[in-house]
Design a protein around this ligand. Structure first.
Ligand code: C2E
Ligand code: MG
Ligand code: MG
Length: 760
């Protein structure tokens, strides 16, 4: 199994594909870019306006030149021409009225005088106009023409007008007439020159007008061109600006989308210094953190934090794949379930920290021994699973391969290691389950390997055992029993038997409650058989609660009777029941409901139970002890508890296991053990109860060793409450049993050849 985020296909880097434009733009902050764009637009507008104003001014200048420089002189020249014509007219007017006082016609005095005045005025006006005109002359060609006209005018004045004035004053008709003709001739000769001057003005005016029109056209064209160019430039820059913001934003949203889709390995390149680059940089950091978190989550979900080996979940996925593959090829595969022998001992004696170190060491050795394509996983406490892949298609050879692998593993585990400064020689038991083209489930495979592993354990540990069909039958029986057990309480199949505990005098001091299950098909099922099933399935919780309720009710009933009120009642408590957070309350409530005295209730705990979580054990025991409840350590001697650990527990009784009592008469070492236990218990202030006393000889031997309380068939077998009551009423010397209870049906046997013992 690999993390999806780690195996996503290589993706194009994001945050970089905007090209030169973006690279250039992204150096500047977006605000700066927008401000620069605005300034540029304002500058372009100002330039446009300035050039337009300048063009218009130039055009205006031309128009001004047309009017001021050219049209005014034209009018002046026209006036001069008209005044000259007016002189002509005055002369004609004066000549038109004659007097004939003399032989010679003479001019009319009034008319002549009026004409003379007018002509004088006109001459003055012409002088002024000419002076004004000559002052405005600008060009040499015009000056030349002007000079010509001035010459003609002077001639006109000198030769015609001024003499004509004289003739008018003298009323001299002939002279006036002659001079009028002369004036006419001189006017005619001057007229083309003045016309030339006027034409020149018109030409110049036309030229100025053309220049003005040209400047106007130029200005218009320039303005339109510049406007179009600036619109184009500003549009282009604006587009670039928008792209430099929108495109990276799109890419940022793309990155978000990819991250949301779990593609956390998308490379993000941050180039610029703008806000989007900052966003990308933050995103990069976020992606990194998410990726780290995802890796951490993946590790937590699929790997064991202590040994860093794949955990149960990852093993399940790999097994699923292996099962799928096994349906498609002919190869064998195998599941090897390894459980360390006496690992609990390491934990209990050297502490959990050293236990952890040992597990890490074992994991390291497994990693070295189990090579690909095989895989190794830790599925709990001291349990490891090796999935052996692609063994051969031949069953015998595949088995040999799996056994060889198991052998290698056991050899690796058996190598001594140093724990807490001491050499430690560990071992393990392995259950092997081969599978091939198998339509089975992961759970079945693990259950089979587990059954085979237990077989290897019971065959003396440090060995491997192959799962065989008889184990399958056992598994199926277990499953059937489990489902039958589910309805056992409601079906009234569970009952309680009571086994007496007697004191040194032979009188009953108490009893132990022992659960019985009578099934209509399976018959009487041994607690040794169904209690572990109830433990594993969790059914022990309702069953244990039921036993407690019944036992407390019985205690209450005994208290009501003076003959039985002194009796203790011992109730067996399983690990799962005890570990339940509500256990203390459950006991207190059962006592309260029944109205029984807690001081008569004894809870039997096993060594493995109390040592499993010593702190929790002590807390719960103390809580119940304060309530008055007492405790017995059951099956003492079969576990590995040390004196130091027992001292911490608020115990009242030690129950010596029946295996020591059995051979106490014939095996001196068992007798020595029992003697030691009794001595130790006395030192700790504990009462000793010997379990499984079957014979008078055992009883006497135990009495000799100063054991004072006994339980066993010799005194009484476990009985239902009715017969037990009757038994109690018997006289003390009649209590020895004559027959043992019938044996429970035996478990299916495991063929010895499937168990392989490793030579230590
Ligand atoms: P245990 O608590 O050690 O109970 C003593 C067992 O030894 C009982 O087996 C009893 O019948 C048997 N026994 C007593 N005297 C003799 C004798 O002289 N010779 C021989 N060979 N056996 C003797 P049983 O009833 O089959 O129970 C087996 C185990 O099942 C118990 O061992 C206890 O651990 C468990 N168990 C029984 N009832 C309960 C229960 O209500 N709750 C829990 N959690 N466990 C129970
Ligand atoms: Mg017991
Ligand atoms: Mg016992």
């Amino acid at each position: 199994m690999t993390a999806p985020a780690l195996t996503a296909p290589a993706l194009q880097a994001v945050g970089s594909p905007q090209g030169i434009g973006y690279r250039l733009f992204s150096r500047f902050r977006i605000g700066t870019r927008l401000a620069a764009m605005m300034v540029l637009a304002a500058l372009v507008s100002a330039l446009l306006a300035a050039s337009g104003i300048q063009g218009l001014a130039a055009a205006n200048q031309s128009l001004h030149a047309v009017y001021e420089d050219r049209m005014k002189p034209v009018r002046t020249l026209g006036q001069i021409s008209q005044l000259m014509l007016a002189n002509q007219h005055q002369l004609q007017m004066a000549l038109a009225q004659t007097t004939s006082l003399a032989a010679r016609p003479s001019l009319h005095p009034d008319l002549a005088a009026r004409a003379a005045r007018s002509i004088e005025n006109n001459v003055g006006a012409i002088d002024q106009l000419w002076a004004a005109y000559t002052a405005s002359v600008k060009e040499a060609s015009e000056s030349a023409l002007g000079a010509e006209f001035a010459q003609r005018r002077d001639q006109y004045l000198r030769e015609a007008v001024l003499p004509a004035l004289e003739a008018l004053r003298q009323l001299d008709y002939p002279s006036t007439e002659r001079l009028a003709t002369r004036a006419r001739a001189l006017y005619d000769s001057a007229s083309p020159h003045i016309q030339a001057l006027i034409d020149l003005q018109f030409e110049q005016a036309h030229a100025a007008y053309q220049t003005g029109v040209q400047r106007h056209d130029q200005t218009r064209n320039l303005a339109v061109g510049a406007l179009l160019a600036s619109m184009g430039l500003l549009g282009f820059l604006g587009l670039m600006l928008i792209r430099s913001i929108v495109q990276p934003l799109r890419q940022v949203s793309g990155v978000f989308r990819r991250i949301a889709n779990g593609q956390l390995d998308t490379p993000i390149v941050v180039q610029g210094k703008d806000e989007i680059s900052e966003l990308l940089s933050d995103l990069q950091g976020m992606q990194q953190r998410l990726s780290d978190n995802e890796t951490a989550i993946h590790r937590l979900a699929y790997f064991d934090p202590l040994t860093h080996l794949p955990n149960r979940q990852l093993l399940r996925e790999r097994m699923q794949l292996a099962l799928a593959d096994s349906r498609q090829d002919s190869l064998h595969r195998a599941v090897l379930l390894l459980d360390l022998d006496h690992f609990k001992n390491v934990n209990d004696t050297l502490g959990h920290e050293v236990g952890d170190q040992y597990l890490v060491e074992i994991a390291q050795r497994l990693r070295q021994t189990v090579q690909a394509p095989h895989a190794v996983a830790r599925i709990g406490g001291d349990e490891f699973v090796v999935l052996a892949q692609t063994l051969t298609s031949d069953a015998t050879a595949a088995l040999a391969q799996a056994q060889a692998l198991a052998h290698d593993i056991l050899t690796a585990v058996a190598r001594p290691c140093t724990l807490a400064g001491q050499p430690y020689y560990g071992s393990a038991s392995i259950g092997i389950c081969l599978f091939h083209n198998h339509n089975t489930s992961i759970q079945d495979l693990l259950r089979r390997a587990d059954a085979a592993m237990y077989q290897a354990k019971s065959a003396g540990r440090n060995g491997h055992c192959l799962f065989d069909p008889s184990m399958q039958a056992e598994l199926e029986t277990r499953r059937a029993l489990e489902s039958a057990l589910r309805g056992a309480i409601e079906a009234g199949q569970l009952t309680l038997h009571y086994q007496v505990q007697v004191g040194a005098t032979g009188l009953a001091v108490g009893a132990e409650v022992l659960l019985r299950w009578d099934h209509p098909v399976y018959g009487s099922v041994s607690p040794a058989r169904f209690i572990p099933i109830a433990e594993a399935s969790g059914l022990i919780l309702p069953i244990g609660a039921w036993v407690l309720e019944q036992a407390c009710a019985q205690l209450r009933a005994w208290e009501a009777d003076p003959r039985t009120r002194h009796l203790d009642l011992a109730v067996n408590v399983s690990a799962r029941q005890f570990r339940h957070p509500g256990f203390v309350d459950q006991v207190c409530q059962a006592l309260a409901r029944a109205g029984a005295r807690p001081a008569r209730l004894v809870l039997e705990l096993t060594e493995s139970l109390v040592l499993d979580d010593l702190a929790d054990t002590v807390t719960k025991m103390q809580a119940l002890q304060q309530h008055g409840v007492r405790f017995a350590l059951d099956d003492f001697g079969t576990g590995y508890s040390s004196l130091a650990q027992l001292k911490r527990l608020p115990l009242h009784h030690l129950k010596i296991d029946r295996s020591f009592v059995q051979d106490i008469v014939c095996d001196p070492s068992d007798a020595a053990i029992v003697q030691t236990v009794i001595g130790m218990a006395q030192n700790l202030g504990l009462h000793v109860i010997a379990e499984g006393v079957e014979t008078l000889a055992q009883h006497q031997a135990l009495l000799h060793l100063e054991c004072l309380v006994f339980q066993g068939y010799y005194f009484g077998k476990p009985l239902p409450i009715g017969p037990f009551g009757q038994w109690l009423e018997q006289p003390a010397d009649a209590t020895a049993p004559t027959e043992f209870p019938p044996p429970y049906p035996t478990l299916p046997a495991i063929p010895p050849e499937s168990v392989t013992q490793e030579t230590p």
